[in-house]
Design a protein around this ligand. Structure first.
Ligand SMILES: [Zn+2]
Length: 348
């Protein structure tokens, strides 16, 4: 017997043996009871060390002439086996899906709703009201330099107003803004009149926390600059805002006051929303709640930003957002806003 004959004979042998392997495989697949069985058969025959994969190593032992024949047999068997495994897998998956029933009568899992913080809600409302009156919403940095936070607002070094606003100073002469008024200066520097803007945002002062003070708070400052604005425009604007926010019965009053940024200046009050002006504990019997300050922009401020004070007049006002939110939602202590107690926040 020469080696060639022997090899041919051996290849025929191998091919016959592969047919036997295929029969065994088909029998095992037929007997599979579930997906786990199918996977076990797949591993047994088709994994790297599986029965079929091992046969591929025989390719190196047959003559180069016979190699393509055996290779073709092995490849076709591998694809046949893979196909059978896939078919069996599909069959069992289909069965499993048919058996998994969905009980539509089960109660659902209630998800918790997210809510807006009362301060955010109040800010949204204030922004909405002024936007409808034609005011733009402007923002500025919370870390300011001395010029924008004090100097440009007519509060030079040594001015008593600096003492009134105990500030958080940072290294390098920076300060956490004590008011949102610096935004007004920034807007006037970069835009020409007419201007109608509000600047809502966070402010910082070294206050000891109590029922009405907190070191962080929110302000909305407003500014209008045009050729013939008067104090009547200021009163009309704040009155329209108050009625929109608290209802048509809301009345406002102005009392003369002093602010460095405005001349003349006034503090303004809202009629007490709790007693409707009759007098109660919240308004200390006066029927009025003080809200904040306002006034006509000081011509000195206009000069600093390059507006002609002979040509333009303007009015500005501020308000504390926490104060408004406390009145609107009947909250008695400003600290509730910052403690993030879910029992409080979930009520909003
Ligand atoms: Zn009252």
């Amino acid at each position: 017997m020469n080696p060639g004959q022997m090899t041919e004979f051996a290849v025929d042998d191998q091919i016959e043996e592969l047919q036997g392997l295929k029969q065994e495989f088909l029998e095992e697949v037929k007997n599979c009871a579930d997906l786990k069985d199918v996977d076990r058969v797949r591993t047994k025959y088709l994994s790297k060390k599986g029965l079929l994969q091992k046969r591929f190593s025989l390719l190196g032992q047959v003559s180069p002439d016979a190699r393509p024949l055996l290779g073709k047999e092995l490849n076709s068997l591998r694809s046949e086996l893979s196909h059978q495994i896939q078919a069996a897998t599909d069959r069992f998956q289909k069965v499993r899906m048919q058996h998994e029933k969905i009980d539509l009568t089960l109660p659902g899992f209630q998800q918790k709703w997210g809510r807006k913080h009362p301060i955010t809600k109040t800010l949204d409302e204030i922004k909405d009201i002024f936007s409808r009156m034609g005011f733009t919403v402007e923002e500025g940095p919370e870390i300011e330099n001395d010029y924008y936070n004090f100097e440009a607002l007519n509060i030079p070094e040594g001015h008593p107003a600096r003492e009134m606003q105990d500030s958080f100073y940072l290294a390098g002469g920076w300060v956490l803004r004590t008011q949102t008024s610096p935004v007004q200066i920034r807007v006037m520097e970069s835009q020409s009149p007419p201007i109608r803007m509000i600047a809502p945002g966070r402010c910082y002062r070294k206050d000891t926390p109590d029922a009405t003070h907190f070191p962080v708070f929110h302000q909305v400052e407003g500014l209008a600059v045009d050729t013939d604005l008067t104090f009547a425009d200021l009163k009309g604007t704040i009155s329209a805002f108050a009625k929109r926010l608290f209802g048509p019965d809301m009345r406002i009053r102005f009392r003369p006051s002093y602010f460095p940024f405005t001349e003349p200046s006034a503090e303004y009050d809202f009629s007490c929303i709790i007693c409707k002006g009759k007098g109660c504990k919240a308004c200390k019997g006066s029927g009025w709640l003080d809200i904040a300050g306002a006034g006509m922009v000081d011509p000195e401020v206009f000069k600093d930003v390059g507006y002609d004070p002979e040509k333009y007049t303007g009015f500005a006002w501020g308000m504390g957002v926490e104060r408004i939110a406390m009145l609107k939602y009947g909250i008695s202590d400003i600290r509730y806003f910052y403690e993030n107690d879910l029992r409080f926040i979930e009520q909003s």
